[in-house]
Design a protein around this ligand. Structure first.
Ligand code: MG
Ligand code: MG
Length: 258
């Protein structure tokens, strides 16, 4: 069964998704060469708890931290630690919170100082693919329409779509049905209904689509060690137009001032 949320439930969940966006803006303020990923994680955890929520990932399946911090060739699920950021790195920061019984789950890929132009474009186009996918998240469309929108756009630039990890429903549970692949055929898969809430999260690689997992049981890297980008929003399916519950506005306000 795919959960259908009431309008009241969606408004509660919106607050969780917005808190994730505000947390990622706090992260945006401190990302710079010389900081460790563990220091970033600490700032996020404190901010979330100060706002009456709890980190959504900490303890989930045994994950040890508040954020998944995934630099460069790490696609997702990187564990914060003593790694020091250096100029030219990119960094996917994925954040979940649980507040008033609902999860928010959103991710943004940041740059550390100046990055190579081909990598900067990978980030920009991955984010664009997320918004193309969101345009498909309306009642009557199918799950394959979302995946097609991402795949069709990014493959046009020679990038590849990670197959082994997908987006998901999100609500009272961090991961709910349906799965939301970032690849697919138009008109295929389950039909979308108003009140479904999806975490749409393209993971796009500069090189091959294959990924490998580290021995820590979490960290997912590209098989060819080339960079990967990741952006994620929470989206309520509606008639006529998707309702994006999370936001990058707070993040980009910070980045524009940097
Ligand atoms: Mg996430
Ligand atoms: Mg997610």
């Amino acid at each position: 069964m795919i959960p259908i949320k009431t309008n009241e439930e969606i408004e509660i969940q919106r607050q969780s998704s917005l808190l994730v966006g505000k947390t990622l803006a706090e992260v945006a303020k401190i990302i710079r060469p010389g900081i460790t990923t563990a220091e970033i994680d600490k700032v996020a955890e404190t901010f979330i708890r100060d706002h009456g929520a709890v980190p959504g990932f900490k303890g989930y399946g045994g994950f040890p931290a508040t954020l998944c911090i995934s630099p460069n060739d790490t696609v997702v699920h990187g564990i914060p630690g003593d790694q020091v950021l250096i100029e030219g790195d990119i960094l996917s920061v994925d954040c979940g919170v649980l507040m008033n019984g609902f999860y928010g789950d959103s991710a943004y890929t940041f740059t550390v100082g100046e990055v190579d132009e081909d990598i900067r474009q990978l980030l920009e186009r991955t984010k664009e693919s997320l918004y193309l996918a969101i345009e498909q998240a309306m009642a009557g469309k199918r799950i394959g329409d979302i995946g097609f929108a991402v795949q069709n756009y990014v493959e046009g630039f020679g990038y590849t779509v990670v197959r082994d990890l997908v987006g998901h429903g999100v609500g009272r549970n961090l991961h709910e049905k349906p799965e939301v692949p970032n690849y697919g055929r138009r008109g295929s898969g389950i039909k979308l209904k108003s009140g479904m809430v999806l975490a749409i999260e393209p993971m796009i690689n500069l090189g091959v689509k294959e990924v490998v997992q580290d021995r820590d049981g979490w960290t997912i890297r590209t098989a060819d060690s080339k960079p990967s980008a990741h952006f994620e929003h929470n989206v309520a399916v509606r008639n006529g137009k998707a309702d994006v519950l999370s936001t990058f506005d707070f993040i980009e306000e910070v980045l524009n001032k940097k």
